[in-house]
Ligand binder design. Structure first.
Ligand code: PGA
Length: 259
């Protein structure tokens, strides 16, 4: 089974909708310069809610070889939840992906594995693909219990999903100590945990699910380190933060296969 690599650029709370237009256009031109082939790697931009409509118009209007998505979603479909954005709303905007459980949401918004699991279900019920984030903080890594810790998160965030749903999902392993710090886990560190996640998926959901689920690494991924990370057998792409704000850098990451 060959899994299509996925490079997802998580813009976080950066770039307003006017700036997004420039960045998406430049990304598309640069990918064309690099003879980007979407059959070899999928490229996604994961943008602030206020940018989605603009990005949708650009991607669909100009038939750009990109997909797009959101960084979070409400647990509810509609109602008195001031400030929330629902999965049906995101589906209506043709979002392909929705990130759930990013470490910044866990840290600043108290999101637990249970909440993340419920959000992943909402995304799947609305025919979109969740990018479900897991990862340990530095203290856990120092203790050496990071594999058990991440596998416990996996048990929680995937609870109650069907094998088909898990097989269609994306899991992002992001060691929190490597996010936005310039500190990259070694390719072997990434493989250790991504491989353990795949084995756990096989134990819980069977081998079809474990062979088709895509597992990304995230944390200070750049054009200069992406090739070594992608050479690991259980790493199927990257969730890219800072480097995705620079279209030239992100285009080089997306076309990693040519280098
Ligand atoms: P970074 O962020 O690439 O800036 O480390 C990754 C992420 O938080 O998804």
């Amino acid at each position: 089974m060959t899994r299509l690599p996925l490079m997802a650029g998580n813009w976080k709370m950066n770039l307003n909708h006017v700036e997004a237009t420039g960045v998406v256009q430049k990304l598309a031109w640069t990918l064309a310069d690099y003879r980007y082939d979407k059959k070899l790697c999928e490229a996604a931009v994961i943008v602030p809610f206020t940018d989605i409509r603009t990005v949708q118009n650009l991607v669909q209007g100009d038939r750009l070889p990109l997909v797009f998505g959101a960084q979070d979603v409400s647990l509810y479909d509609s109602g008195a939840y001031t400030g929330e954005v629902s999965a049906p709303m995101l589906a209506k905007l043709d979002c392909t992906y929705v990130v759930v459980g990013h470490s910044e949401r866990r840290e600043y918004h108290g999101e637990t594995d249970e909440i993340i699991n419920a959000k992943a279900k909402k995304v799947l019920e609305n025919s979109m693909t969740p990018i479900i984030c897991v990862g340990e903080k530095l203290d856990i890594r120092k203790e050496g219990t990071h594999v058990e810790y991440v596998l416990a998160q996996i048990n929680g965030v995937l609870d109650g999903l069907s094998s088909e749903q898990v097989g269609a999902a994306v899991i992002a392993y992001e060691p929190v100590w490597a996010i936005g710090t310039g500190e990259v886990a070694t390719p072997e560190d990434a493989q250790e945990v991504c491989g353990a996640i795949r084995t756990r998926v096989e134990e819980l959901f069977g081998s079809d699910a474990s062979q088709s689920v895509r597992i990304q690494y995230g944390g200070s991924v750049k054009a200069s380190n992406v090739v070594d990370i992608m050479n690991q057998s259980d790493v199927d792409g990257a969730l890219v933060g800072g480097a995705s704000l620079d279209p030239e850098e992100f285009a080089r990451i997306v076309t990693f296969y040519g280098r």
